[in-house]
Design a protein around this ligand. Structure first.
Ligand code: ADP
Length: 465
């Protein structure tokens, strides 16, 4: 492993997860084991102490009947329990042995003078000693009267052996479990982080230009898969937005080319044509007209972008929408009459809304303009207003050329114009702007159309408060 690779291994999340998990697991297991082990050891010690005290009290009772009675008691107890496991002797106050059980197995056991001097009638003094290496014993000094003290010792060798076995067993179990846990965490972390790595790789691929790159999904459908799905959807959306942006830029460039070419043509004609003031004026007027057209195009595109990005500055005010719709109909009536189109109104007396009046007027103007523009002579446009549950609905219904089902999903896109409408003037921005402005108010525009029979556009604006 190269040093860079090994460095990244120690820093890797998988290693750190496995390391900390193992450490925490080991510390907690060892603490739990230590608490359990200590409790068990002190329990054993206490039961041994209680046993020794019981024996010492029995001996004290026997000693009350004289030394022979005590000697008999000592002999019977040690015989019953085993001379290797228990040892009893009667000591004088200066530590001289007066009577003793078989001491063959207890040769190393000494008399602790301090403990001996501390022994009082009824008060036991306990100690744990090693009477030979590896041979521990619990020892009791118990005053039995007449300055005599019973020294009772019980071997802890067997208990210690059991405790050692217990330690080894648990130690091995904890070590095994810790190792197993570390391996499991390592592999789980590696598997999970491999998916995170896939997200990173995809992001890297995208940053170097491979926009079609996507995170591979697994059937596990876990949190990382959900993140990957969200990440992929975000990429799809970004790609779609980029495509739209490219389309808009292409369309804009295309739309700008014609007026700019015309302006250039005007300028060239002025330069090379007759030096006549009237001609100059006519050319200048054409140039201004083309420039206005260009400006309108650019401003509308910017207005749509602002409205779609949600940064448009609305000036909301309370006003009577019924009056505004009626005024709009009156405004467009002369244009409609020129085309022999009848505008019919179905507008109730009053309808208060809170919105940016100018922006709503602009949206309605686009819909009315289209309705008249795409109507045939002797057609009609019905404009109605009604209140629904949460919205106010304005409907603009015409009996015009209608929109084909292929065109219908695209008519709100910037610069989109159907084949059928190319004979009419327009730039394909009107509906995009109308919908963006209505959406900026929290409303929407929907459309239904029957080719050859007409279209109905419905503007839904949210009711105030
Ligand atoms: P423009 O009218 O300038 O072409 P719009 O954005 O207003 O641009 O409309 C986009 C397209 O939707 C139009 O080119 C036309 O094909 C279609 N359209 C809009 N309104 C109507 C209508 N009332 N009847 C038929 N077609 C319509």
């Amino acid at each position: 492993m190269s040093s860079a690779k090994s460095g990244s291994f120690w820093r890797s999340l998988a290693f750190r997860l496995a390391f900390w998990h193992t450490l925490v697991f080991a510390v907690f297991s060892l603490s739990a084991f230590w608490i359990f082990y200590s409790a068990r050891r002190s329990m054993l010690q206490e039961s041994m102490s209680a046993f020794l005290e019981l024996l010492a009290r029995e001996c004290a009772r026997s000693f009350a009947h004289g030394l022979p009675a005590l000697e008999a008691e000592i002999a019977s107890v040690t015989e019953a329990v085993g001379t290797h496991d228990i040892f009893l002797r009667l000591l004088s106050s200066d530590g001289q042995v007066i009577a003793s059980s078989d001491d063959a197995a207890w040769t190393g056991l000494e008399v602790d003078k301090k403990a001996l001097s501390r022994a009082r009638p009824g008060a036991a003094v306990f100690d744990t000693v090693f009477y030979r290496p590896q041979y521990p014993a619990r020892v009791l000094y118990f005053a039995v009267g007449d300055g005599r003290v019973i020294q009772a010792a019980a071997s802890l060798t067997e208990e210690n052996r059991r405790l050692r076995e217990f330690r080894i067993l648990f130690g091995a179990a904890i070590a095994g479990l810790t190792l197993f846990g570390a391996v499991v965490v390592w592999f789980t972390a590696r598997r999970t982080l491999a998916k995170v790595e896939a997200v990173t790789n995809t992001a890297t691929n995208i940053s170097i230009g491979s926009l079609g790159s996507r995170v591979p999904l697994t059937p596990a459908s876990d949190e990382i898969d959900r993140l990957s799905t969200a990440f992929n959807s975000m990429l799809d959306r970004i790609q779609m937005l980029l495509r739209n942006l490219r389309e808009v830029t292409d369309n804009l460039a295309h739309e700008l080319r014609s007026p700019v070419t015309r302006i250039r043509g005007c300028a060239e004609t002025t330069l090379t044509g007759s030096e006549n003031l009237a001609d100059y004026r006519a050319m200048t007027a054409s140039t201004i007209e083309e420039c206005d057209h260009l400006l309108a195009l650019i401003n509308t595109t910017l207005d749509i972008s602002e409205a779609e990005a949600g940064v448009v500055k609305l000036k909301p005010a309370d006003f009577d929408l019924a009056k505004v719709v009626r005024d709009m109909c009156d405004l467009f009536r002369p244009v409609a009459e020129d085309k022999a189109v009848l505008i019919r109104e179905e507008i109730p007396a009053g309808c208060q809304v809170r919105a940016d009046r100018e922006k709503i007027q602009r949206s309605l103007a686009n819909l009315l303009d289209n309705a008249i523009k795409y109507s045939r002579a002797n057609g009609s446009v019905a404009v109605s207003l009604r209140e629904a549950e949460a919205h106010v609905l304005i409907s603009v219904k015409d009996t015009g050329i209608g929109i084909s089902s292929q065109d219908l999903p695209h008519i709100f896109e910037r610069f989109y114009r159907s084949e059928a409408s190319r004979s009419e003037p327009g730039n394909g921005l009107g509906l995009s702007l109308a919908r963006a402005l209505v959406r900026a108010h929290g409303g929407d525009i929907t459309v239904e159309s029957v080719p050859g029979a007409g279209s109905t556009f419905v503007v839904a604006l949210p009711k105030p408060g």
